[in-house]
Design a protein around this ligand. Structure first.
Ligand code: GDP
Ligand code: CA
Length: 315
């Protein structure tokens, strides 16, 4: 059995721990197709927040409280950069984390594609799932906001981290998406999957940029494998983070039904065969989609593996 998971960072990484636990039980293979829209260059270093969240979480090196970055992190370099007044000061890189970005940047500068770099980094962390960036090409989520002279576009990270998604916002643009190609292995993984799971990741800025890679959305929608999504929204609110702000920008209701309809039913031109919602949201309807409820709080690996089982039982 081959399980493919479309995923963002923290929420997706936690979900993947449950997928891995389930897969170990039944002897399945797991491929994670990870968002790269959050990636950015900082102080000359290539930073891939979602790939790193997945890698550190599955590799046992993530900070469980913060959710992102390394456990036992120190911040000497950050303080030194601040002493120079080096911008941007709103994005903190930890000392341990910087080693990852140094290795990654060196390899990229040496001509290796991101997918090969990711595989190389994973030999240390042994995440137990195959991690593939959605694309090796540049694909960056930018956000069109109100500026002093009309509208301007800023990088997603500036919108999210610096402004806490709390400025007048018009839309999201996936810069580079038109010409991006799926990373090697992505279409093959989707084509050979027995099931495709959409993690309870942010639908607007984690899953949408993955699907924006030309050919990827179609491979999922037209593929042989059933597709099941897991709701990141419980009882009308995101479990963590600011997905409500992102959905607002799209004019989509922040609810399990709203996100389910945003993905849409496969038989109605969308993506989903199944949609797993929380017990609080039991009874929501998404046209042409089988909706079931199960506890969706990823409190620990066992609870999350049970979620995965419920998702797979849907199809
Ligand atoms: P990011 O890239 O680090 O922002 O992480 P993701 O996009 O992968 O995940 C963020 C989403 O995970 C948020 O919209 C949360 O609502 C969702 N999330 C976080 N924890 C849980 C949980 O325990 N259960 C569910 N259902 N969703 C969760
Ligand atoms: Ca992210």
């Amino acid at each position: 059995m081959h399980i493919v998971v479309l995923t963002g960072g923290i929420g997706g990484a936690r979900f993947l721990r449950g997928v891995r636990a389930y897969a170990r039980e039944v002897g399945a293979e797991v491929t994670a197709v990870v968002n790269v829209g959050d990636d950015l260059l900082l102080h000359g270093l290539k930073v891939c927040p979602d790939l790193d969240s997945v890698m550190y979480t599955l590799g046992g090196g993530a900070d469980p409280e913060r959710g992102w970055g390394r456990v036992g992190e120190t911040w000497t370099v950050k303080a030194e950069l601040a002493a120079y007044g080096a911008e941007p000061t709103w994005f903190g890189l930890g000392d341990k984390d910087i080693a990852t970005h140094l290795v990654r940047t060196t390899m990229l500068n040496g001509g290796y594609p991101l997918s090969a770099v990711t595989e190389a980094l994973a030999t240390r962390w042994e995440p137990g799932v195959r991690m593939l960036p959605a694309t090796d090409d540049r694909l960056e989520t930018h956000v069109v906001v109100d500026g002093e002279q009309g509208q301007r576009a800023i990088h997603f990270q500036e919108w999210w981290v610096r402004y806490r998604a709390d400025i007048p916002t018009h839309r999201f643009v996936f810069v580079g998406a038109e010409t991006a190609k799926p990373a090697p292995g992505v279409l093959e993984a989707i084509g050979s999957a027995d099931v495709v799971l959409i993690a309870p990741s942010n639908p607007v800025v984690s899953i949408a940029p993955v699907l924006a890679v030309p050919g990827l959305r179609q491979a999922v929608a037209d593929g042989p494998a059933p597709v099941v999504g897991v709701s990141p929204i419980i009882g009308g609110a995101p479990v963590r983070g600011m997905a409500d702000r992102c959905l607002d920008v799209l004019g989509v209701e922040c609810s399990a039904a709203g996100v389910g309809r945003l993905y849409g039913g496969r038989r109605a031109g969308g993506l989903l065969d199944g949609w797993l919602v929380a017990p609080e949201d039991e009874g929501v309807a998404v046209p042409e989609v089988t909706v079931r409820s199960a506890p969706l709080l990823m409190t620990d690996e066992t609870a999350t593996a049970a979620m995965v089982r419920a998702a797979l039982e849907l199809v």
